[in-house]
Design a binder for this molecule. Structure first.
Ligand SMILES: [Zn+2]
Ligand SMILES: [Zn+2]
Length: 419
């Protein structure tokens, strides 16, 4: 084989598409109920957008972006996530002038230059929602409720919500200093990365998975102890609404999420489906991002989840979500002289919204029948010299085994299948 796909980028083959569609269709259906509208930003943005929005010292921007110059030397980046693009679009098109609160969702590929490993590829897919234009804590809870409904309606059990508030920028600053003071005295027994993080952004230490660091992280100061009265009230309201809606949560005092733009509410939704503890999606508020991008002060909240992760979890269920769409009909041709009629009927029936297939490989009648079974056709009709001579054929319903005599006219074949 001479050509292979780019490392870390995978084909999604037809036999796997069924599972993708189950998830995509559920998302689309749910978004109609919650009245979120789809937005499709381009896959490429100017690099500056992500540097400004996500933060230059994050791993995502510092190490994992697909960045390259275009022919004029401008730095472009394949989007590593979609929030920055959605907010850019919100501003660029002045959508807020018409209706300040915009509820949007997206689905699509993202790109991160990471070490490819199981469950992690360089082109991956995310779905997410962004509700831009309101500080209302009920909106935080609506976004969490969407996430919850999605996973629940897809059949995932054992859902639990990890929740935290990291406050506004002023709170952030105080908390950051507190963390710095706390970790500085412990750095000697912590990993090299964290020693660096302590200087650049001590919040990032909280995401470290290394055992030697976890020890210190567990008793580190909690962000909720540094909230101003506004942020504290907001967080209380979020919790009250969650309780009212029976969305159970646990406060995780060290949940901060890796991106710079988060403020106030942050959350992750975990499923213990089939024993695993999978964090399937996460999000939070980003009340300053619109302003950082040069817009008016505009609070916002959203979440994003990985499609591959979700599909992997769903795959563990033994359900057959991967079957390809069943054709309504297979028209078998007996002998070359019947092909012109078979080809005409196929065209006319397909135009009548019938899904069907015929043979394109000069197979024997027996092999055509085997193939029709393999693709699980609902009905089969054989057209040969006898059928052409009489102008009639027999259509067989493969589920019931019943056969019906029909004249070889598209409308009658269609009517026979509907009986
Ligand atoms: Zn605050
Ligand atoms: Zn560490």
């Amino acid at each position: 084989m001479k050509y292979r796909s780019v490392r870390g980028m995978h084909d999604i083959l037809p036999e796997a598409i069924g599972r993708w569609k189950v998830v995509e269709e559920k998302i689309k259906e749910l978004m109609i109920r919650y009245r979120y509208h789809e937005i499709r930003p381009p896959l490429l943005e100017y690099t500056e957008l992500f540097k400004r929005g996500i933060g230059e010292d994050s791993d995502l921007v510092g190490k994992e972006m697909y960045t390259f110059p275009d022919k004029r030397g401008r730095s472009l980046t394949l989007r590593p996530e979609a929030t920055a693009s959605v907010v850019r679009a919100y501003l660029e098109h002045g959508i807020y002038a018409k209706e300040p609160l915009q509820k949007l969702y997206y689905l699509g590929p993202m790109f991160r230059y990471e070490k490819p490993q199981k469950g992690r590829s360089r082109q991956f897919h995310q779905y997410g929602v962004e509700a831009i234009g309101s500080i209302d804590p009920a909106l935080d809870v609506e976004v969490i409720d969407i996430a919850w409904a999605l996973l629940e309606e897809l059949g995932l059990s054992g859902l639990s919500l990890r929740l935290n508030s990291i406050g506004c920028q002023a709170d952030h600053k105080r908390y950051r200093q507190e963390l710095k003071d706390y970790f500085t005295t412990r750095l000697e027994s912590m990993c090299e990365n964290c020693q660096q993080r302590c200087r650049t952004n001590p919040l990032r230490i909280l995401d470290c998975k290394k055992e030697e660091c976890q020890l210190h992280i567990q008793s580190a100061p909690a962000s909720v102890d540094y909230l101003c009265s506004d942020c504290s009230r907001h967080f209380t309201a979020v919790r009250n609404y969650l309780e009212q809606l029976n969305l159970a949560y646990v406060i995780d005092p060290h949940l901060v999420r890796g991106l710079d733009y988060y403020t106030r509410t942050v959350f992750e939704l975990i499923s213990s489906h089939l024993g695993a503890q999978d964090s399937l999606l996460g999000g939070g508020r980003y009340d300053n991002l619109v302003e950082i991008f040069g817009g008016p002060s505009t609070p916002a909240v959203g979440f994003a989840g990985g499609m591959e992760r979700l599909i992997l979890v769903l795959q563990k269920r033994k359900e057959r979500t991967n079957v390809m769409v069943r054709p309504d009909l297979f028209i078998a041709a007996l002998g070359d002289e019947s092909r012109p009629l078979v080809i005409s009927l196929a065209q006319q029936l397909r135009r009548k919204d019938i899904s069907l297939d015929i043979d394109y490989r000069s197979r024997s009648l027996r092999k055509q029948m085997t193939y029709a079974n393999q693709i699980n056709a609902r009905n089969i009709i054989v057209i040969g010299p006898d059928e052409i001579a009489s102008g009639t054929g027999r259509i067989k319903d493969m589920d019931s085994g019943l056969e019906r005599k029909v004249s070889l006219k598209p409308a009658e074949i269609q009517a026979a299948m509907e009986k």
